[in-house]
Design a protein around this ligand. Structure first.
Ligand SMILES: [Mn+2]
Length: 603
């Protein structure tokens, strides 16, 4: 194995903001072994090897994800104790509050656990905080309301709680049992006295660490059904069909929460997506119809991320996430249709509010912002003028994509100003902003790429100025260069139906499992092209006597003189939706005479 140093191959089109990252040349023996053992095209074997799946069993498991590959849920630290408590509650018809979160992951986690607890005989009550009035997590005041409202025997958190030291102590003081299930990074000071379930806990030896909140909720249910299902009339066969139908919800949450689509997440996602071809539940049926998913077809991960999850999230942004929860759990068809309609309206409103706010921000900074000088955009406005708290984060990410810098949007709220930030490229926004935020903010939280904060209104100007200074100095162009990661080189002669067919087995695509990207070298383009869509081109590339159908969805801006010549082409391979022939979808092309590519070979 010989590492290829990725060279800075600049594009002809956008002046060096993009470059190729070439893979380590795969070991030819490993490629050959996989090709023979799996009976796949050599190009597929090369991609597998370059993705770290050189082992035949690993590669096989990856290409056909199957529920039999799931880990024993009882290996998750805390699950045996949690099952014992919840089983006792269910047996005696006791009451338990499932405390969740307002996003797609949190709502899915609540839906899964309450459904199973109720089926097992518990009086399970859902509690989801209000995104704007309560904010995220098991805060003491919000928990107090949940407990006053439901007077439960026990409390289970999903998708939150691992930092809630005071709240857990308070609930235990009141004589409740507490089970915290979370997937966020545990703090060094953990809640004491409750049962904690989080694969990222230091003592937890569970083999897979990247489950989302709903994934953990699903694992807890799997354990509950194994331990107590038989007594409730749910034998192994029935259990499997319960888990399959709950996997439909877990799949939506897993994709929406942007956890890596590898390992157990890949199994849950593909099992659930396949199941969604026949959604059964009236809520999922209505939701898929509203999302324009063809009946009888499993949605793709992309359709979940761009159509289904935004709808489930819209209720929590505009109104209350209870609507999405009810949609996922109702058994009444007319109620499901009504809820889907309400959620559709919320999503339409969310979309237009977001578009308006993005426009307002871009207009406001048009004269003042310069990407060369400013490393960050920080703007604040009045709720009444469209700076609605529920959409600040998604609007910030749109603006960030536009200005190619991190963006923080806040809205005034009496003595406070609060909002959300989104990073751009590889800028460690959270880390870099933390010292400034800690000096001024009342609340500040997040991770590398996204953050939320609340400041006293009186500190806003000072915060904005100090943050601006940190970013003005810290602008490293390396952070903003977009890398096209190549999985493998590909010969024009390798583009065929068999390749397309094998590539389908890499789905579902998402975090840490992107659609494979190939580099095809030395293809000529005579410059002829037809426009397609808003910014795309359709054209033919040639290699010796071979012709390849190509489409480039962002290539329309390529000047005519840059369309003629011989190119190295970064592309994905699929069946063309119109012609039905294998074709390549061009991400970018680079003039072919690039010497730093000469060292890379196909096998
Ligand atoms: Mn989550």
């Amino acid at each position: 194995m010989r590492p290829e140093t990725p060279g800075p191959e600049e594009t002809a089109r956008n002046g060096g903001t993009r470059r190729l990252a070439l893979p380590v040349a795969p070991n030819p023996e490993a490629v050959e072994r996989l090709r023979l053992a799996l009976e796949v095209p050599a190009a597929i074997a090369r991609v597998l090897v370059s993705r770290g799946l050189a082992n035949v069993a690993d590669a096989k498991a990856f290409l056909s994800p199957d529920p039999s590959g799931l880990h024993d849920p009882f290996l998750l630290a805390g699950i045996p104790q949690a099952v014992e408590k919840l089983a006792a509650t269910a047996r005696s018809g006791g009451r338990v509050v499932v405390f969740g979160d307002y996003d797609c992951d949190g709502v899915g986690a609540v839906a899964i656990l309450t459904t199973v607890l109720r089926r097992l005989g518990a009086d399970a009550r859902a509690f989801i905080p209000h995104r704007i009035h309560d904010g995220y997590g098991l805060k003491p005041a919000v928990m107090a309301r949940a407990l006053a409202e439901h007077e439960p025997d026990g409390l289970v958190t999903v998708d939150c709680g691992i930092t809630a030291v005071d709240s857990v102590a308070e609930a235990l003081d009141r004589g409740l049992y507490v089970i915290v299930t979370d997937h966020h990074l545990p703090p060094s000071a953990l809640p004491q006295g409750g049962i904690l379930i989080d694969p990222k806990l230091p003592g937890c030896t569970y083999p897979f660490k990247d489950l989302c909140g709903a994934g953990i909720s699903w694992k807890l249910c799997e354990a509950l059904l194994i331990a107590t299902g038989e007594a409730a009339g749910i034998g192994p066969q029935k259990r499997l069909s319960w888990l399959a139908s709950l996997a439909k919800i877990a799949a939506l949450s897993t994709i929406a929460d942007m956890v890596p689509l590898t390992g157990e997440n890949r199994i849950l996602a593909s099992w659930g997506l396949a199941g969604l071809a026949d959604p059964r539940s009236p809520g999922l049926t209505a939701l898929l119809a509203r999302s324009a998913i063809s009946p009888g077809c499993p949605p793709s991960a992309r359709e979940v991320a761009f159509r289904i999850a935004p709808r489930l999230n819209a209720a929590g942004r505009i109104d209350h996430a209870y609507r999405s929860l009810e949609l996922l759990t109702t058994t009444d068809k007319s109620r499901a249709d009504a809820l889907a309609e309400e959620i559709e309206l919320a999503n339409t409103e969310r979309r237009s509010m977001q578009a308006r706010l993005v426009e307002v921000v871009l207009k406001r900074i048009a004269k003042t912002f310069s990407a060369e000088r400013d490393g960050i955009v920080i703007e604040a406005g009045e709720v009444a003028e469209g700076w609605h708290r529920g959409i600040l984060g998604i609007a910030a990410s749109r603006v960030a994509a536009e200005v190619r810098r991190p963006v923080l949007l806040l809205s005034w709220d009496g003595e406070w100003v609060s909002g959300s930030g989104r990073t751009y490229g590889k800028t460690p926004l959270f880390e870099r902003l933390a010292p400034v935020a800690r000096r001024h903010a009342r609340d500040f939280g997040g991770h590398e790429a996204a953050l939320g904060l609340t400041l006293p209104a009186s500190s806003y100007d000072a915060f904005r100025e100090e943050a601006g200074r940190v970013f003005a100095d810290g602008g490293d162009p390396e952070e903003w260069i977009e890398e096209i990661r190549i999985d493998s080189l590909l010969l024009a002669s390798e583009v065929n139906r068999e390749l397309v067919h094998s590539l389908q087995k890499f789905e579902p695509h998402g975090m840490q499992n992107p659609r494979p990207v190939f580099l095809l070298r030395g293809l000529t383009w005579d410059g002829a092209a037809r426009s397609v869509g808003e910014s795309g081109l359709r054209f033919t590339l040639r290699h010796e006597s071979l012709r390849l159908d190509a489409v480039g969805w962002e290539l329309a801006a390529t000047p005519p003189e840059a369309r003629r010549g011989t190119f190295d082409v970064a592309a994905q391979v699929s069946l063309d939706a119109y012609t039905g022939r294998p074709s390549i979808s061009v991400l970018d092309l680079f003039p072919s005479s690039n010497p730093s590519l000469e060292r890379a070979t196909c096998s």
